[in-house]
Design a protein around this ligand. Sequence first.
Ligand code: SF4
Ligand code: SF4
Length: 338
Amino acid sequence: MTMNLLPSERLAEFRECLAAGARLYGPVEVDGIVLFEELGGRPPAIRPGNPANSLKSFLCPQTEAVFDFEGGYTDVALRVPAAPTAQAIFGVRPCDAVALERVSRVLLAEPFADESYRQRREMTTILTMACREAGPHCFCRSVGVSPADGRGSDVVLYPADGHYLLEAVTARGLSVLQSAGAFLDPARDEAARATCQSTPVPLIGAVEREDLAARLEAVALHPHWDELARRCLGCGACTFLCPTCYCFALFDTVRGARGRRSRGWDSCQFKDYSLMAGGHDPLPTKASRIRRRFLHKLSRFPAVQGEYACVGCGRCGGTCPVGLHLAGVLSELEEVLR
Ligand code: SF4
Ligand code: SF4
């Protein structure tokens, strides 16, 4: 794939070029917290690790209208929202881009592809910043992701001293580099990529085990899940911030003959998440819901998709108010199994 060098002092012009054809988002610091937001000319806050929110805010928004309706039982008029416009997301970390690729496997699977997600995905360009330093909660290498991973990205920027090596990963990425050609030098710097490929990231033995899925299934009924449930607040923050969680719920708001069908993020950590119309709930306890989250990410999703539904972004490690993050819980379970 095409590679170019971008001098560091021309990075702002490169971003302006991106913003000319799309709404440009990136990490910015807001009241001391780094979040993905529309950049609006602000310089991105590129720090080790990830912003608090993930890319799913831009591809599966927290809430969105599915359609508006008006009328009675026999003559209902529907109005669907306008099609999404082009957006580019700059400063994405490789784990987040890989997460997008994992989510797309589910939401773009035919014959039930999610039309809203598909339209946004087709209008989104992902510009990834490879990592030269891991964040405090990162463990990507333990789940098969690299600090220089290009999966899910259109362009990867490898930072070096005084410049960036830009690599186009997709045809869309190639067209981005062609449109920014005035700022780019057609030279290569393989060392920039190699440096990111060897960025040290802590390895977490409990996550890395080859037999992880089998070991988790073997402890599915262990009483330690009840101990974890005693600590869990059921707040759902781990799932809302996780870039590989994609569950949503549909709900209607009706006023007279008019209304709106919307959808919004849902969480498998919520009571009634799996409640069925007949009253049966296969996940009736907090312990069963926590267990389901771990088994889904590390056993059942890999059984179908061949990869974990975790990219080691570390958000649950930095967010869970009672410390029940993925790597920590696995380490606890390893202790229990000794
Ligand atoms: S489970 Fe935790 S570390 Fe893994 S992708 Fe989700 S938020 Fe990131
Ligand atoms: S963030 Fe922590 S406390 Fe909240 S639901 Fe997730 S595991 Fe439970």
